[in-house]
Ligand binder design. Structure first.
Ligand SMILES: NC(=O)c1ccc[n+]([C@@H]2O[C@H](COP(=O)([O-])OP(=O)(O)OC[C@H]3O[C@@H](n4cnc5c(N)ncnc54)[C@H](O)[C@@H]3O)[C@@H](O)[C@H]2O)c1
Ligand SMILES: [Zn+2]
Ligand SMILES: [Zn+2]
Length: 384
């Protein structure tokens, strides 16, 4: 089969790989019809995730058709259309039973903090991902979900990560009716978080980024206010001024460890790698929320050290909530919102790229070229 493989930082290539096979009776093999590149893949692409091995196939957001199932798979049959959440989870361990599929204790033998994900380095289990023609899906009865007829493949694809992650970001922000919410990052995750904040009763939503084209899209897609942090010398001061000077009820970090906006954080966290990433939006979030406010973090940070103003957060009595999204937990709610016509997640898709050209997709998305917000990948056989 044809599959994207990692060759080293900023280098991806499509090569022939052996077809994946059933390795365990709970596995399924899925023929991929669509996959995405995610902001999380950019951290891999930029060489920032430890133990990212040459030869791995990335891709944790994909939908497809079940090709084959192992002897113990009960819920799926060959021919089923499935959306596959990015988490690989056993469904049975202490954490899975609490709904923490992102922290499954069985699926990732390499770590105790993080669970497993498709195509996300050996720190997330070393599983190959779905930027390929076929993919092996472990614990096939747990994550994969038959796509209801109300969902087209594009919307189903958005339900594998970006939309439920944005939803969970808003949920973790503890929004109460009328609350003001500031979202850092106008990528797919921030856009969905901003949109979902309204579902939860927000009274005001503002999105911060440095790309005008993304902020313009945010105004349309999430009917929110926006701020380009390059336009002001002190974004926190402006955010305070924009509130009642006391700050925002909730702030969401949907940018993560490669954030820009602080030369010092970039130098230490991205260039010299003395810290595990630049935590600028987290700084701004902690400073911009009011005392007693909530900061919800879905932007990805790696272990171990970061420069974060924990003392400010502590003294302000800020509630910090965070995590990799456990997609399955809110999936049915997310689908209900689509069915009710509240949201059409595929609106954020800006590029459709043949699998063979996936290198161009990484480049466009990474460098924020050509108005790129969300690129999706289609293997040759799956293109209409
Ligand atoms: N928790 C999860 O389960 C989960 C799931 C998917 C993605 N993520 C993470 O969410 C983050 C966003 O993903 P994405 O797909 O939207 O990526 P993206 O790269 O498209 O978007 C990130 C956006 O943040 C902006 N940004 C950078 N620095 C900023 C700052 N200081 N203030 C405000 N905005 C800033 C960038 O300009 C960019 O538009 C990534 O870190 C990704 O790894 C987490
Ligand atoms: Zn993702
Ligand atoms: Zn588990």
């Amino acid at each position: 089969m044809r599959a994207m493989t990692y060759r080293g930082p900023y280098r991806v290539r499509v090569v022939d790989k052996p077809l994946p096979a059933i390795e365990h009776p709970r596995d399924a093999i899925v023929r991929v019809t669509r996959a995405c590149i995610c902001g999380s893949d950019l951290h891999l692409y930029h060489g920032l995730v430890p133990d990212t091995r040459v030869g791995q196939t990335f891709g944790h957001e994909f939908v497809g058709i079940v090709e084959e199932v192992g002897a113990q798979v009960r819920e799926l049959r060959p021919g089923d259309r499935v959306l596959v959440p990015f988490n690989i989870a056993c469904g049975e361990c202490y954490f899975c039973r609490k709904g923490l599929h992102a922290n499954c204790h069985n699926a990732n033998p390499n770590a105790t903090a993080l669970g497993a994900a498709f195509g996300y380095s050996h720190t997330a289990g070393g599983y190959d991902g779905g930027q390929a023609e076929y993919v092996r899906v472990p614990y096939a009865d747990v994550g994969p979900t038959k796509i209801p007829s109300s969902l087209d493949d594009d919307n189903a694809l958005m339900c594998t990560d970006a939309y439920p992650t944005g939803y969970q970001a808003a949920e973790m922000a503890g929004i109460r009716r009328g609350d003001s919410v500031v979202v850092f990052g106008a990528g797919p995750i921030g856009l969905f978080a901003a949109r979902c904040a309204w579902f939860m009763g927000a009274g005001r939503v503002l999105v911060v980024d440095e790309y005008d084209y993304r902020l313009e899209f945010a105004r349309r897609f999430a009917q929110c206010e926006t701020l380009n942090f390059r336009d002001v010398s002190d974004p926190v001061w402006l955010l305070k001024k924009e509130s009642d000077w006391l700050g925002w009820d909730a702030a969401i970090d949907a940018a993560g460890c490669e954030a820009r906006g602080s030369a010092m954080q970039r130098l230490l966290g991205v260039r010299l790698k003395l810290l595990s990433g630049a935590a600028t939006p987290l700084h701004w979030a902690i400073d911009a929320v009011r005392k007693g406010g909530v900061v919800s973090i879905v932007g990805v940070y790696g272990p171990t050290l970061n420069a974060i103003p924990i003392g400010t957060a502590m003294n302000k009595g800020v509630t910090l909530r965070m995590g990799q999204a456990s997609v399955k937990r809110n999936l049915s709610r997310c689908i209900e919102h689509i069915e009710a016509g509240h949201i059409d997640p595929k609106e954020i898709i800006t590029h459709r790229i043949p699998l063979e050209d996936i290198g161009d997709g990484y480049h466009l998305f990474s460098s924020k070229l050509d108005g790129c917000i969300k690129p999706i990948i289609q293997p040759d056989g799956a293109r209409a």
